[in-house]
Design a protein around this ligand. Structure first.
Ligand code: GLN
Length: 309
């Protein structure tokens, strides 16, 4: 019977040969998943034997990873913003850089609640209507759900203080988003809408959004082939942003005057190389509007903030 250490050494070698840039990490995550332990346990028990069932599961996982499939799809889970999300081919795997968008959204909603008469959490009778948030192209629902959970941890009552409309053009992605919302008991005040960006008529008789979030596809078409093989398992619809990567963002900018409340703000994820191109697209589509770019934790341009002047 092979030991944990032997399994890791062998799989790391095979995954390196297969072209994985994170071979050791992949091996550790897959073996931990196969055994039903966490990675720290593996590291502390290199000499422990791996049982036959776990070994078979591990082998099947390594074979899939050798073929390029992302570890997150093999496990069916990806950690994001401190939460475990179900993931599969129906949607993009949440990326760590997108946590910057969630953090910006939490700050934005909390600042808006704090600025209202009455206490945040005091309810519509004291604080007015709920803050209306939209997550456009929600995919796995990671942004909407992480936001709802983050707000709940700050004593915000979802549904009463804040509502979230999560949209996606893909009904399959919306099913996954619903599963994740239910899995985190975060579906209160959350609504799922099948639409290309936004429905022709906004929900609630066209009421506009206070905070609009989106992580739309923004990879340049000619850069798709250069992404790690794992990305070829993800829906192309979730990655391909056209010739300069900004097609979907431009289409959403077109809808902002109608979709965003007078004092509303849109927070849009952009690619690290779009720190100049994205604000230029805003200047062209919405000449009088204000735009700034905020960095992610790596210091790279990541969140495009758009509002009326
Ligand atoms: N950050 C992702 C990547 O580079 C792209 C996500 C997106 O297009 N929204 O793989």
């Amino acid at each position: 019977m092979a030991t944990i250490g032997e399994c890791l050494t062998d799989a790391t070698r095979r995954l390196t040969a297969a072209g994985s840039e994170t071979a050791r990490l992949d091996a550790e995550v897959l073996l931990a998943w196969s055994i039903g332990a966490d990675r720290t346990t593996l590291i502390a028990h290199h000499d422990a034997p791996v049982g036959a069932d776990a070994q078979a599961r591990f082998e099947a996982g390594v074979v899939r990873r050798e073929a390029g499939e992302p570890v997150a799809y093999i496990r069916g889970i990806k950690e994001f913003h401190g939460l475990a999300f179900s993931v599969d081919e129906r949607a993009l795997i949440p990326r760590p850089e997108t946590e910057a968008l969630v953090d910006a959204a939490i700050s934005e909603v909390m600042a808006r609640l704090a600025a209202r008469p009455g206490e945040a959490g005091a309810g519509p009778e004291h604080g007015g209507d709920p803050i209306r948030v939209a997550d456009i192209g929600t995919g796995s629902g990671a942004i909407a759900v992480a936001l709802a959970v983050g707000l709940r941890a700050r004593r915000v009552t979802m549904g009463r203080n804040v509502t979230i409309a999560a949209t996606d053009i893909s009904p399959d992605a919306l099913d996954l988003a619903r599963e994740n919302a239910v899995g985190h008991a975060a579906a209160d005040g959350m609504r799922f809408i099948e639409a290309d960006l936004l429905p022709p008529v906004l929900p609630d008789d066209g009421a506009r959004f206070d905070v609009l979030l989106a992580n739309l596809p923004y990879v340049r078409t000619d850069a798709i082939a250069g992404l790690p093989v794992a990305a070829s398992f993800e829906p192309r619809l979730a990655l391909d942003g056209g010739p300069d990567g900004l097609d979907a963002i431009r289409a959403l900018l077109e809808r902002l005057p109608e979709a965003l409340a007078e004092d509303g703000v849109a927070l849009l994820e952009i690619g690290a190389d779009q720190g100049e191109g994205a604000p230029a697209a805003v200047a062209e589509a919405l000449p009088d509007w204000r735009t700034t770019v905020e960095p992610d934790l790596a210091g790279l341009p990541r969140v495009l903030r758009v509002s009326r002047s």
